[in-house]
Design a protein around this ligand. Structure first.
Ligand code: SAH
Length: 360
């Protein structure tokens, strides 16, 4: 496996027309410490652009810039801020014109969570998800994923703040782009670079069983979230086509293997859809799937999307559903929506769980 620094320089070099980081280095007669300076400038010092890397000779900066070498592989197109100022949504353009979204959620200065995209579009076509409705375009590279976080990290750094959490809940299915996502995790985590602890990173999957096994074997401390959204095949297959490939039972078996191997908590996301998955019976079926303290359900108020013929469960239904789960011994939180006014949704996703928003 390549180091974070190697992943970074190889990708930046390829964008500038070289075969690899080594080819770029030999063309400019760059020593290892020069590459290190570039990498640190981008990932640790969070400098804005190549011109700010003043440890590098001016001519070298000019020569690299002339070849199209940049510290950023995503370019902000529009950044909107919610009225309460807690949520910022960025639309980013990739070199080929594709666009992806990332969202920063500031939890009253306690935590700053960035939600990032791993693919342009998504192939999984979940009926409630705006990205799923739009279809798949392509995988992002590790630095295209990382640079979304870098953008918001630079913004926060202006007033001495930092990103505290990163969630892969933006556009795309992270496990369908496994290598690049693990590369992005390495970039986020590198103690000599960005330096975000694994425990502050969460990957959310639609439920790709083979990849859950592979992820367990990675032995990282990165958190796993499962987009479950229904407790039975009958219901799940109507809203998540992936369920026809990996049944709910196969998915839950993979989760059990993951927990046996890692002893880590798993978060189950459950978007509350009126009349679809929100009955008392659904709550009881769901509770039966949750096998102990390492199973945690996150109920998510649905954000309506342009094409979907679905509606949101009202608050009363959500809390009644939560109450049933709790009475049956299942750990449950209700996610607080953020940035509704700017549809701060990577495919209409919502803010992260409030840590102790316990149902009562
Ligand atoms: N493909 C991955 C990552 C995408 S994030 C996955 O499926 O997990 C998916 C999450 O975004 C869902 O679990 C849900 O929490 C949220 N989400 C998607 N569409 C939503 C909508 N219309 N309203 C509310 N949350 C939504």
């Amino acid at each position: 496996m390549l180091s974070a620094r190697e992943i970074w320089i190889d990708e930046k070099a390829r964008r500038a027309g070289y075969e690899s980081g080594a080819a770029l280095a030999s063309s400019h007669d760059l020593k290892g410490y020069r590459i290190e300076q570039l990498y640190r400038a981008a990932t640790r010092e969070l400098l804005d652009g190549l011109d700010d890397v003043t440890t590098l000779p001016k001519e070298l900066r000019a020569a690299l810039a002339a070849e199209g070498f940049t510290l950023d592989s995503v370019e902000p197109v529009v950044v909107q801020r919610s009225r309460d100022g807690q949520t910022s949504k960025g639309l980013f353009r990739l070199h080929d014109g594709n666009e992806v979204e990332a969202v920063l959620m500031e939890h009253h200065g306690e935590r700053n969570t960035v939600c990032i995209s791993s693919q342009a579009g998504c192939a999984y076509a979940c009926t409630f998800c705006a990205t799923g409705q739009a279809g798949f375009t392509r995988n992002l590279t590790a630095t295209e994923i990382f640079d979304q976080a870098r953008y918001f990290a630079k913004e926060l750094a202006r007033d001495g703040r930092k990103i505290t959490n990163v969630v892969f809940m933006g556009q795309g299915e992270p496990f369908a782009n496994f290598e690049a996502v693990m590369g992005a995790v390495a970039l986020l985590n590198d103690p000599k670079g960005f330096g975000l602890g694994h425990r502050h990173i969460t990957i959310s999957t639609v439920g790709l069983v083979d990849k859950i096994d592979r992820f367990a074997d990675e032995r990282t401390q990165v958190n796993l979230a499962i987009s479950l959204h229904a407790p039975t095949d009958a219901t799940r297959s109507t809203i998540m086509p992936v369920n026809r490939k990996f049944s709910t039972a196969e998915l839950m078996a993979a989760v059990a293997r993951y927990i046996a191997k890692t002893n880590r908590k798993v978060f189950f996301e459950y978007v509350m859809l009126a009349g679809v998955n929100d009955s008392d019976a659904h709550a009881r079926d769901l509770a039966r799937l949750m096998k102990g303290p390492l199973y945690h359900v996150n109920l998510i108020p649905y954000n309506s999307t342009p094409d979907a013929l679905l509606s949101d469960s009202d608050d009363e239904r959500i809390w009644a559903f939560a109450k049933i789960l709790e009475q049956l011994g299942t750990a449950v939180t209700v996610r607080t929506p953020m940035g509704r006014d700017i549809a701060a949704a990577c495919g209409q996703l919502r803010a992260e769980t409030q840590p102790r928003a316990k149902a009562s």
